[in-house]
Design a binder for this molecule. Structure first.
Ligand code: TXA
Ligand code: MG
Length: 348
């Protein structure tokens, strides 16, 4: 584990990052911080590296990886053409939490794209990540650095928990800033389409592109269609305990959860509640955690995966969570929370 402070990349840190870059160039794997979640990085142009990533994560190999770049020139070298929309979006949001899907050229192996002719590309907004990409030859394929099915890691210690012994190095850059994975937008369809909601919202994309569509499997939980991002079909972020989302007026939610918690406790279960700063004190359960402040939903994005992991660590059997607004970044929060709950929602 190499500890690096993003705001103070001194010579020693730089030397460590160079070493990490050499590991990746030689086909090894390094976990590293980005502004969204930690990534598990390998050489995106080396098919053997991508195979190793799937093996380390226990991830199905039909689920493509995101290729991380550090500049626009490098994008041109791995795609058939850079669409105008990509240039507009890059100007507006790169480096940042936005992944764009374009038609790949022959330099990108099918091992990296899960057999697809398209490639997902992102320029992360984290100085450690950008330095590592440069030191690695320009193209780091990186999924989130968790075992498949666990919440994405927002702290280096969770990468260690999941991947220690399976990868060559972990760069610890502290807790990530955003906490949810990047927004994915497909630029190969006629109208650009959001395949995964994130910090860059539909409204923000629409401001730049004029027109945007949303893969309807994201918003309609009853849809039987296949999500267009292969990874979205898996039940991600599954906590070990059973999670139910409770929707309704605050007073009703609190009293419903408290009575359910009492019942479950009587049955010998350990109960956890995901509340917010304003409601945390109102619940009676074994463990009550605030996931953030409703007035600033980015605080909720920041803490959500950490809170889910903490409940796992505390061996909670049954969890209840409040529900959140489905607009702006709330769409990404609810997308992840609904997945964690296996779409288990009670509306009061
Ligand atoms: O914020 C992030 O995007 C993080 C950090 C590390 O950059 N990475 C991340 O990667 O979340 P991962 O592998 O956990 O999620 C990648 C998602 C999957 O749902 C995958 O199916 C989708 O991107 N994806 C990748 N390439 C694709 C493609 N060519 N077409 C459609 N979906 C694609
Ligand atoms: Mg992931």
């Amino acid at each position: 584990v190499l500890v690096v402070k993003e705001n103070n990349i001194d010579d020693k840190a730089l030397e460590g990052i160079k070493r990490a870059g050499e590991i990746i160039k030689k086909g090894g794997l390094v976990a590293f911080p980005t502004e969204t979640v930690y990534g598990l990085g390998g050489d995106g142009l080396n098919p053997e590296s991508s195979k190793k990533i799937y093996a380390a994560k226990g991830r199905p190999s039909d689920n493509p990886l995101i290729v991380h770049v550090s500049n626009m020139e490098d994008v041109k070298d791995i795609v058939k053409e850079v669409p105008d929309s990509a240039i507009k979006l890059a100007n507006a949001f790169w480096p940042g939490p936005l992944t764009m899907i374009m038609n790949k050229n022959d330099r990108v192996p099918y091992e990296t794209t899960g057999g697809l002719d398209t490639v997902a590309i992102r320029m992360p907004n984290n100085k450690i990540a950008l330095a590592l990409i440069e030191a690695s030859g320009g193209y780091i394929a990186a999924p989130s650095a968790n075992i498949s099915g666990r919440p994405s890691p927002t702290l280096a210690k969770y990468c260690e928990e999941d991947l220690s012994g399976k990868i060559e190095m972990i760069i610890d850059g502290g807790q990530v800033g955003i906490g949810l994975e990047s927004t994915i937008v497909d630029l190969t369809s006629e109208i650009p389409m959001i395949l995964r909601p994130g910090y860059i919202t539909a409204e923000m994309l629409k401001d730049v592109l004029g027109e945007i569509s949303i893969d309807k499997t994201i918003i309609d939980s009853s849809s039987t269609e296949r999500p267009k991002a292969p990874g979205m079909k898996y039940r991600h972020y599954a906590p070990k305990g059973e999670l139910t989302i409770i929707q309704g007026d605050q007073d009703k939610v609190v009293s419903f959860i408290n009575s359910k918690a009492k019942e479950a406790k009587a049955a010998g279960k350990k109960v956890g509640v995901i509340g917010t700063d304003a409601t945390k004190g109102l619940y009676e359960a074994d463990v009550v955690k605030s996931v953030g402040n409703r007035e600033d939903e980015s605080t909720i994005a920041h803490e959500l995966f950490k809170v889910l992991r903490e409940f796992d660590d505390e061996q909670i059997d049954i969890m209840y969570s409040e529900s959140f607004d489905d607009s702006g970044i709330g769409q990404a929060i609810m997308n992840r929370l609904l997945k964690a709950a296996g779409h288990n929602v009670i509306t009061l």
